[in-house]
Design a binder for this molecule. Structure first.
Ligand SMILES: NC(=O)c1ccc[n+]([C@@H]2O[C@H](COP(=O)([O-])OP(=O)(O)OC[C@H]3O[C@@H](n4cnc5c(N)ncnc54)[C@H](OP(=O)(O)O)[C@@H]3O)[C@@H](O)[C@H]2O)c1
Length: 300
């Protein structure tokens, strides 16, 4: 860890109250960054700030509270962030979950899709102006290698008929969306000085999946016994946020601080465009076009 490597950098981390996000936020605070933690529970987020302060000694810490599966909440915290800060050097999209039983977000979208994909897509797009004005700046999306096992079913984006046992198909699909979103972002941001990269953090012992009951909770408990620590899981995210050696590198998928090839589905240009357009419409970033794709999603 190079102390001062991130001095004067403003970093926004979602899902920073636990697991990989918390470990990354702490490490970046130790490197001198001004870290803004996004959490959903006030007590847990305050406790996180206090823990980061105790372990890093940094007072350059701030928090925003949101249910990131809520479009209104995301818009509100982006507004709050823009009122408080005039730059953003690193946006680390990390919040995520897996839900054994299909459930809906407050906006009526399937929860895995809303939390794992739309909560990356919407704040990133809303913050693009600030990121461009702060260039060189970096967007980092925490995806997963399980993206390889669940191609996107555009006929059932809300996972009504293809949720999958234990929610694993919906989860894998959402992580594929993270990778595809990253590739399209990188393409759109070419020449702006803003980079976009996605990563697999490895199998990491965190709270992921433990919100569930029964077999799924047991599965994650067992899996995490043999998994890496949150600090190890945060290494690639911290590297992408801070290392001078990745300056200017964009549109890549990373594992253990190295670029690797993602699934063949993730490079499908038509699917990437389709996902972008639907996401714009579902988050209200674009006026809904009455395309067949949009109508089929809305009717699910
Ligand atoms: N762990 C792994 O093995 C693994 C492997 C591949 C990819 N990943 C990815 O890594 C990322 C981080 O996961 P993790 O393993 O660190 O899991 P985690 O320990 O469960 O942390 C998830 C974070 O997201 C937050 N969050 C969940 N739902 C939210 C909501 N509706 N609104 C706001 N924040 C919300 C949680 O807040 P609370 O603290 O309030 O719960 C927590 O801070 C995820 O994108 C996950 O898909 C993890």
């Amino acid at each position: 860890m190079a102390k001062d490597l991130m001095r004067d950098k403003v970093v926004l981390v979602t899902g920073a109250t636990d697991g990989i996000g918390k470990a990354a936020a702490l490490e970046l605070a130790r490197m001198g960054a001004h870290v803004v933690v996004v959490g959903r529970s006030r007590p847990k987020t305050e406790a996180t700030l206090s823990e980061i302060y105790k372990k890093s000694g940094s007072t350059a810490l701030d928090m925003l509270l949101a249910d990131l599966a809520s479009i209104n909440d995301v818009r509100r915290i982006v507004g709050e962030f823009q009122e408080r800060y005039h730059r953003l050097d690193v946006l680390l999209n990390n919040a995520g979950g897996i839900f054994a039983q299909r459930q809906l977000s407050v906006d009526g979208y399937e929860m895995t899709f809303a939390l794992n994909h739309l909560s990356y897509f919407l704040p990133t797009n809303l913050l693009l102006g600030l990121l461009k004005a702060s260039a060189p700046s970096r967007i980092i999306n925490v995806a997963s290698d399980v993206h390889r096992f669940s191609p996107i079913n555009f006929n059932d984006l809300q996972n009504e008929t293809s949720y999958g046992i234990g929610g694993f198909r919906a989860y894998g699909q959402s992580k594929l969306m993270n990778v595809m979103f990253t590739y399209e972002l990188a393409r759109r941001l070419e020449g702006t000085g803003v980079t976009a990269n996605a990563l697999h953090p490895g199998s990491v012992s965190t709270s992921l999946g433990k919100n569930n009951k029964g077999v799924v909770k047991f599965f994650f408990r067992a899996l995490h016994r043999f998994a890496a620590s949150p600090e190890e899981g945060a290494e690639t995210a911290v590297y992408l946020a801070s290392s001078p050696s990745v300056e200017g590198i964009t549109g890549k998928y990373w594992d253990r601080c190295k670029t690797i090839i993602s699934s063949s589905d993730s490079y499908d240009e038509n699917a990437i465009q389709q996902l972008w357009e639907i996401s714009e419409q579902l988050t209200g970033l674009a006026t809904p076009q009455q395309t067949p794709e949009y109508q089929s999603v809305m009717m699910q």
